[in-house]
Design a protein around this ligand. Sequence first.
Ligand code: AMP
Length: 203
Amino acid sequence: MISPDGSNAGPAILILGAPGAGKGTQAKRIAEVLQIPAISTGAIFRQNMKDRTELGQKAQSYMDAGEFVPDSVTNPMVKARLSAPDVAGGFLLDGYPRTIDQAFYLRDALAATGRELDLVLEIAVELDEVVQRLLKRAEIEGRADDTEPVIRRRLEVYKEQTEPMVTYYADQDKLVQVDGIGTVDEVWERIRQVLTEYGLLEK
Ligand code: AMP
């Protein structure tokens, strides 16, 4: 992808979807085939909690309750990650931005280095469907934020805060919605087609 300063900066992609839409799994595949790093804020927080870092301690109570970690913690963390050398050839953001304010912050942080998002992929699923998926995942993975009240809260927060952001990207013609119902391979096939249409993958 050509950035405004004419350099070949690699694709800057955002993957969006309600909790349980399967975005983490698809993000891994996209990152693998495009050979770009996947940057998942949720995964960074979870790793920090596991390692008992200061950042992890700051994030813990919010994550346990299904609330967003404050921007004062999240934004600088993402900015630092985006300045790492491996991001120069492109990157895939997973789980950030999640609010309009974060989207503005990201726009400004990228603009400072002459970049912008090239593509926003939304994995679309009905919210009732994702509750079932998340409860199943809770049994398998035992994530602390996969209990039913917390799942419901995370979905509420998604509807309130993240859905309006989807409109922001749609208005810029950056949004492509992909049907998230089906097997991992079926959804992947839809994503692969989008990446191909965008010239990011060979046919
Ligand atoms: P995820 O793995 O993307 O579902 O994220 C799990 C949890 O991490 C969320 O419920 C939030 O508590 C926190 N989190 C992840 N990304 C963000 C973000 N962009 N802003 C605030 N909190 C976040």
